[in-house]
Structure formats: structure tokens, C-alpha cells
Design a protein around this ligand. Structure first.
Ligand SMILES: [Fe+2]
Ligand SMILES: [Fe+2]
Length: 138
């Protein structure tokens, strides 16, 4: 089908150089691509299942990331937490639209793209620079 959604490709610019988080971001891309696959297949119960799996992972990832920022003394942690909270709220609205059967697939895809590109490359990058800068200074 020509209007199939395309999976995301990992690019090196997503690598932060913080291995535990890089690993989780890889898993995140995998889970998003599984969701893309289910969206293309179009079976509502499988879409919902895969979306729930993604949500659970995201909650865990955000909390692991926040714990890391905390233990590394990253000064931007509070702002980053607010951004995570907003992302989770947005995820919640997609969850309810899946529930109600009125999911905007393209809206979801642009949200996920923004997340991977702007959040990881822009926002997550900041704590990695802090952590890697400390390593360099040590
Ligand atoms: Fe992240
Ligand atoms: Fe983050």
C-alpha cells in the first residue's frame, strides 16, 4: 500500500555516548517501529497492545533517565522532567484516541518523529554533554 507509514531508521546523531540510555533509545526506536508495523496492518487490538507496551517502556525510560540526571547532578533536571511530563500527557491523549477508535495516525507519527529527533537530539543531548563533560574533566 502506498500510504503505509515508514519505520524509523536509527541514525548515529541519536547516539548520546551514555551507553545505558543509548541502549534504551534503541529499544524505543524498536518499539516505535513495531507500533508502525501494527498501524500499517490496521488490527485495532494489536495496535492498542503495541501502544501499551510502548507506553510502559516510556514510563520506565523517563524514570531511569531522571534517576540518572539526579545521580549525575545535572542542573537542567527540573526542566527536563517537565518536558517528560508533557510528553506523557500527549502520549495519554493518543492512548485515549486509540481507545475511542479515532486515532490520527499521521498526527501520531509526527509526534513520534518530533520526539525522536527533537527530544533525543536536543533535550537528552544536554544531560549527555553534562555527563560526558564531567568524564572528560576527571
Ligand atoms: Fe530519552
Ligand atoms: Fe528525556
Amino acid at each position: 500500500m502506498s500510504d503505509n507509514l515508514k519505520p524509523f531508521e536509527w541514525t548515529e546523531s541519536l547516539t548520546l555516548g551514555v551507553s545505558s540510555m543509548d541502549q534504551q533509545h534503541h529499544q524505543l526506536v524498536d518499539l516505535i517501529n513495531k507500533l508502525v508495523d501494527e498501524l500499517n496492518k490496521g488490527e485495532p487490538s494489536n495496535i492498542k497492545k503495541q501502544f501499551d507496551t510502548l507506553c510502559q517502556f516510556v514510563v520506565k525510560h523517563f524514570s531511569d533517565e531522571e534517576n540518572l540526571m539526579q545521580s549525575e547532578g545535572f542542573p537542567g533536571i527540573e526542566t527536563h522532567k517537565v518536558i517528560h511530563k508533557q510528553l506523557l500527557e500527549k502520549v495519554g491523549t493518543f492512548a485515549s484516541s486509540i481507545e475511542n477508535g479515532n486515532l490520527d495516525k499521521n498526527g501520531l507519527m509526527s509526534f513520534l518523529t518530533m520526539w525522536l529527533k527533537s527530544h533525543i537530539m536536543g533535550i537528552d543531548k544536554k544531560y549527555s554533554e553534562h555527563i560526558n563533560g564531567k568524564k572528560g574533566a576527571a
